[in-house]
Design a protein around this ligand. Structure first.
Ligand code: NI
Length: 402
């Protein structure tokens, strides 16, 4: 533990058992009411009610279901934003938990229930601190942000369009992470999670009878060849020392055995970190698809868009978060989680404000991965995340203090 900081803000470093129990209770209640992107109404109502109980006057219905609440320590000083994502996934839960989803076909399988519980726990603890001598030493403001629609990669931008970053100097967030062990915290400067692109290809040929391929131009055959050829983009065209992924996630054509269909549709995603790769995807995809299709007499329309840039952690903010993590779990348990090809729309905020997203270790021997119908985590990690948020916030509020 960093003695100087521990001495300055003893209460900030150690949210109590009461806060731990509070976060666990919130997590269970949220876990029961998972809602998909942009429909987080019950979730939003629960968060609003809890914030009001804590004495906040939250701003609600931001970008649909988003919520923003400010805690002011002093009029001058920096503003630190702490962000939680609110949405769930279209998965039928199979955890067998007592607090399992009550909503058919929806589940918090990405830990966002835990993220919200930790940010609310942080709000509770910091409010209590603001009434003590420790709080009087802090200057600036903390902005608690509950953002809808992380999974559909549109929530962060919508919150930014609604002005949530106004006056914000630093932003922090976490993601529960089963790929590193429970009890550890993953902190990494620079790139952490990948830029995500999306492509949509429609092939149009000439449909007809399955017995008369010579009278048709076959989109099923073309779609199969396009899918295979796309796999050569990463292996043959991208600089092999730069991480890149291209996945075809959907291929649809035809509906019965003896008809050559008129159209086929291919959808997929790309992941990369470096601008050189990110900027090259569209051209590579276009060349491959048009090359294959021209040779087969098929016409193709190709849409490509980059939905999010990479999570790119600011060195100064990350060093404060790392120090906070060391305070909480000790140096040997603060790990470099490595690059992840997953993406996070927290990256959007980072294009405007220096920030850091850290991973909260949740890995256990029998654990399931994120987005799995059996995914769950040990609730003991919630207080670890809350402590890290509290300590990092104290560090960041102090960062610009004279
Ligand atoms: Ni997630």
């Amino acid at each position: 533990m960093n003695e100087q900081r521990a001495e300055d803000w003893p209460l900030l470093m150690t949210p109590d058992n009461d806060t731990a129990a509070f976060s666990v209770d919130i997590r269970r209640r949220l876990h029961q009411i998972p809602e998909l992107a942009m429909t987080e109404k019950k979730t939003s109502a629960l968060i609003e009610a809890e914030l009001r109980k804590l004495g906040f006057s939250p701003r609600c219905n931001i970008a649909g279901t988003g919520i923003v609440a400010d805690l002011v320590f002093s009029a001058s000083g920096p503003t630190v934003m702490i962000r939680a994502d609110m949405d769930a996934l279209p998965i039928q839960e199979e955890t067998g938990l007592e607090c399992a989803s009550l909503h058919d076909g929806a589940m918090h399988a990405c830990g966002h229930d835990g993220h919200m519980a930790m940010v609310l726990g942080t709000a509770k603890h910091l409010v209590e601190c603001s009434r003590t001598a420790a709080g009087k030493n802090l200057c600036g403001k903390v902005r608690f942000v509950f953002q809808p629609a992380e999974e559909s990669a549109c929530g962060a931008q919508a919150m930014m369009d609604a002005g949530v970053l106004e006056g914000v100097d630093f932003c922090i967030a976490t993601h529960i992470w089963p790929e590193i062990p429970k009890g550890t915290i993953g902190v990494r400067e620079g790139y952490l999670m990948a830029a995500m692109g999306k492509f949509n290809i429609t092939l149009t040929g000439k449909g007809g009878h399955g017995s008369q391929p010579h009278l048709c131009t076959d989109v099923v055959d073309a779609a199969a060849q396009v899918t295979c050829a796309l796999q050569h983009v990463v292996s043959r065209r991208i600089n092999p020392v730069l991480p890149a992924v291209l996945t075809v996630g959907s291929l649809q054509a035809g509906h019965t055995y003896n008809i050559i269909p008129q159209t086929a549709r291919i959808m997929g995603t790309t992941r990369a970190f470096h601008q050189e790769v990110r900027a090259s995807w569209e051209n590579h995809i276009r060349q491959v698809v048009e090359g294959v299709c021209t040779g087969m007499g098929i016409s193709a329309t190709i849409e490509f868009s980059e939905e999010d840039g990479p999570v790119d952690n600011d060195p100064a903010v990350t060093s404060v978060v790392r120090e906070a993590a060391i305070d909480v779990v000790g140096k040997s348990r603060v790990v470099d989680p490595g690059l992840s090809m997953t993406s996070e729309d927290f990256a959007r905020y980072q294009t405007k404000v220096p920030g850091c997203l850290f991973f909260l270790g949740a890995g256990t021997a029998d654990g399931k991965p994120l987005h799995n119908s059996g995914f769950t985590f040990d609730e003991d990690i919630l207080i670890t995340g809350t402590q890290t948020f509290c300590s990092a916030t104290a560090g960041l509020l102090n960062a610009q203090k004279a």
